[in-house]
Ligand binder design. Structure first.
Ligand code: PXP
Length: 249
């Protein structure tokens, strides 16, 4: 069988900032972690500027924009404030994520179908500014079709439930969720959307998702930052890269 194409790894450095903010200290520095991730083979860096600034700060985004060689994927809520920040910095990509309960679908992703007109208006200036817009959604057909209709370039499929079922030992539900993610990936690609995936992925759960032929990028954070305690950030990322490559061959 022909090997699948290169699967990009976006390393999410939010939780370096979580550790920093736990003590209100100026360290550990998320930019330093991002540069180490670059050196370890990350294809991109992902950072979520939350409305409550619980981890990444505005200053972090400035530093990442100025200091990175690889593209920055800015995760953000669909608010006026975040739109203004994205338009000011013009990151390579903006991934629109739900932050409030009423913006969520049953799958935990963004409710694009329920707010299609509003989200279409929200992403239009980002698209015009040349920012690649991604929508973080569940695998439901209605959400994927709505994402395509409003002109998103990318959908990022939410792998959180799949990972939760895995660690709860609920293997039937896990496998069912994986099958739905695979169907969602195929549907999204057939509609011309680039397919990414992420949330909760670990060494144990990454393989089957990395093997979806339509998936072009995974965004992984919490597990890698935790694993860095044991093997260092570089070693943690290199092992994830190895497992992704293995799944693609
Ligand atoms: N993708 C999106 C859209 C996310 O919101 C997050 C979490 O910030 C991730 C990927 C990474 O998830 P995790 O930190 O669980 O690996």
């Amino acid at each position: 069988m022909k090997p699948l194409g290169h699967l990009r790894l976006g390393v999410n450095i939010d939780h370096v900032a979580t550790v920093r903010n736990a003590r209100g200290a100026p360290y550990p520095d998320p930019l330093r972690a991002a540069k180490l991730a670059e050196a370890a083979g990350a294809d991109g860096i992902t950072a979520h500027l939350r409305e409550d600034r619980r981890h990444i700060s505005d200053h972090d985004i400035e530093g990442l924009m100025a200091g990175l060689r690889v593209p920055l994927n800015l995760e953000m809520a669909a608010t006026d404030e975040m739109q203004e920040i994205a338009l000011r910095h013009r990151p390579h990509a903006a991934c629109i994520v739900p932050e409030k309960r009423e913006e969520l679908t049953t799958e935990g992703g963004l409710d694009v179908a329920g707010a299609e007109a509003r989200l279409g208006r929200f992403i239009a200036p980002l698209r015009e500014a040349g920012i690649r817009v991604s929508l973080f959604i569940g695998h439901e057909r209605a959400q994927i079709e709505a994402a395509a209709r409003i002109g998103a370039a990318v959908v990022e499929l939410h792998t959180g439930a799949y990972c939760d079922f895995h660690y709860a030992g609920e293997t039937d539900k896990r496998d069912d969720e994986l099958a739905r993610l695979a169907e969602g990936a195929a549907l999204a690609a057939s509609l011309g959307l680039e397919v990414h995936a992420g949330h909760g992925l670990t060494y144990e759960t990454v393989g089957p998702v990395a093997a979806f032929p339509e998936v072009k990028e995974l965004n992984i954070g919490h597990f890698l930052i935790g694993e860095a305690i044991f093997r260092g950030l570089e070693g943690a990322i290199r092992e994830m890269r190895r497992l992704m490559d293995e799944a693609r061959t």
